[in-house]
Design a protein around this ligand. Structure first.
Ligand code: ARG
Length: 568
């Protein structure tokens, strides 16, 4: 680890907002385990990579670059910029319009600092007003001036000696733009205007102990972390926060977003809590109405592009019944409540394990439930509620292939995960009726300890007798699994249960789903039932295979497009 980052970590003791072990992982705006990628990017192995222009949606407005070249859509231009790491955008619309919008510093011989001016058409110039001038805007201006890390700091300058009102330009940026022209721009006439000044980042610099070391090697004051403002410019000051300062909102993934992003119809938190009904009901959807500016900002164009990207249909149960908590200590499932639940029948005529439908012809289960040499013996049941009375709508499938995780260890239960490929029915398709695939979590940070989730299966109940009706129960994710199970706990496992052990999975539930829900009630397969010390014992929760750890492994076998929910 480099020395500069270590010094700033040691000063966290007086800083209560940052999570130290998270900071060490150097997350930025390009870490899709923490935030969504831009619509001109896609997530590959945890980081946002630039899309190619042809991977952009076709519809959108034409845009013109600084060198007067037209791009068919904003997304195409941004993917071009993204690849070449340069700023190009000039204005929306084609390049016939003799319109210019370019940042310059004043005085003109200034290299990295000065007051900020904008060059408009016919070599006209206007100042940027300092009133609303913030680090997000300054970062964008510096980026446009070819300082890729953005600004070191900002100042404002009084102009009280000006007699007549000064026309100046106000810019409001999201902080991810590469040129100021992409921000929301308005003209102001101010009598005692303040002017914006900026010092752009020029390396090298060492951070003091009261500063946070951004991943892009800039230094910012520690009290500017976790406030929803992207001071670093790469967002690294906002993505490892156990709490957020006033004016900002704490996502479950420990990211701080500005309050103005709440209920604006764009999902900023991975699991959507910034747009939840609970939070937004009765609130005015402020970004919906009322903002009738002359021209849409490019931020709106970005949101429209984002909306036009296809999304995977998964995790939606047609019925959700919530009854009092009473598998083991659970409730009986009803039709359409667990449309991803699969039953696996082994050699003998009974349900030997659970499984989970994830789309296409694919089912996930525990590795300890199956053996590759027995592929032809297994039968897969979809739509099953009762394994004796055999309800209507059950479909059976044979298996084509069993893929056991190559690092599965049958003694320690490490990597207890397997993929089953069903034999397609007529027309070569699987799509079982009465089934809906569950969503696969792509990030470890989507749910954390304390989260209430549902486990389901045909395993033993509290009297240790075999169940014929599908049962389910609420259990909670736990963080102290390594303290409970010591040397038996490994990376890729997760504990879940209740504090008194009253609800638990048990023998026969293995391979079945532990599903957690986002704020739209969309279900994610967080765990696969794996093992536990007895069943329903206080202090000995069930142990689950942590599916987020295996996202890339699953996608490698099934194809990423089967399991990538957003921004494919
Ligand atoms: N290994 C068991 C099975 O094959 C699952 C046990 C889960 N145990 C627990 N206490 N949660 O069915």
């Amino acid at each position: 680890m480099d020395l500069q980052r270590t010094t700033s970590i040691s000063s966290f003791k007086q800083e209560t907002f940052l999570i130290e072990e998270c900071v060490r992982k150097s997350y930025t705006q390009n870490s899709c385990e923490k935030v969504f990628c831009q619509p001109w990017q896609r997530c590959v192995k945890g980081s946002c990579r630039c899309k190619l222009p042809y991977q952009c949606p076709k519809n959108g407005t034409i845009v013109c670059t600084a060198d007067r070249r037209a791009f068919r859509t904003y997304c195409q231009l941004k993917s071009y910029e993204c690849q070449r790491k340069m700023s190009k955008f000039m204005h929306r619309g084609n390049c016939d319009r003799q319109e210019t919008f370019r940042v310059v510093l004043d005085p003109e011989n200034a290299t990295s600092e000065g007051t900020v001016k904008v060059e408009l058409a016919h070599s006209q110039r206007a100042f940027i007003c300092g009133e609303e001038w913030g680090m997000q805007e300054a970062n964008v201006a510096c980026r446009e001036l070819n300082f890729p890390e953005g600004a070191d700091h900002i100042e404002t300058i009084d102009t009280d000696n000006v007699s007549q009102p000064l026309e100046c330009i106000k810019a409001t940026c999201r902080g991810i733009e590469t040129s100021l022209a992409e921000c929301a721009i308005s003209r102001l006439n101010q009598s005692n205007a303040k002017l914006a000044k900026v010092v752009c980042h020029t390396p090298p610099k060492e951070c003091s102990f009261r500063e946070f070391h951004c991943v892009n090697r800039k230094c910012i004051p520690l009290d500017k972390t976790c406030d929803g403002i992207n001071d670093c410019g790469d967002l690294s000051d906002e993505v490892c926060c156990k709490a957020c300062r006033s004016g900002s909102y704490h996502c479950k993934s420990d990211v701080c977003i500005p309050n103005k992003y709440l209920c604006n119809n764009e999902r900023d938190c991975l699991t959507g809590e910034d747009e939840s009904h609970q939070l937004c009901n009765g609130r005015l959807q402020d970004n919906e109405k009322g903002t009738e500016q002359a021209e849409e900002s490019m931020d709106e164009e970005r949101r429209n592009i984002k909306k036009s990207l296809p999304q995977l249909y998964c995790g939606v149960a047609n019925r959700t019944v919530t009854r009092r908590k009473r598998i083991l200590g659970g409730n009986t499932a009803e039709k359409d409540e667990f449309p991803w639940q699969i039953a696996i029948r082994g050699e003998r005529e009974r349900v030997s394990c659970g499984g989970v439908y994830i789309g296409g012809c694919w089912v996930l289960t525990a590795a300890h439930c199956v053996r590759a040499s027995r592929t032809h013996v297994y039968k897969i049941f979809t739509g099953m509620l009762n394994s004796i009375t055999l309800n209507e709508g059950i479909e059976t499938f044979d298996l084509k292939r069993v893929i056991i995780h190559e690092k599965y260890n049958s003694k320690t239960y490490q990597n207890d995960i397997a993929l089953l490929e069903m034999k397609p029915k007529d027309l070569g398709r699987c799509s079982p009726p009465n089934s809906v695939p569950v969503c696969i979590p792509w990030s470890q940070h989507m749910f954390k300890s304390g989260q209430q989730c549902k486990v389901s299966g045909w395993g033993f109940d509290e009297a240790f007798t075999r169940q014929y009706a599908l049962k389910w129960g609420y259990i909670y994710l736990m963080e102290n699994c390594s303290a409970i199970y010591r040397h038996r706990y490994f990376e890729g496992m997760e504990c879940a249960g209740t504090h008194d052990g009253s609800v638990d999975s048990c023998k026969g539930d293995s391979g079945g789903p532990l599903v957690c829900f986002d704020s739209d009630n969309v279900g994610y397969l967080w765990g696969i039932v794996s093992w536990g010390e007895n069943c329903g014992e206080k202090g000995h929760p069930g142990v689950y295979t942590k599916v987020a750890n295996y996202f890339d492994w699953i996608g490698y076998h099934t194809g990423m497009s089967l399991i990538t929910r957003y921004n494919l």
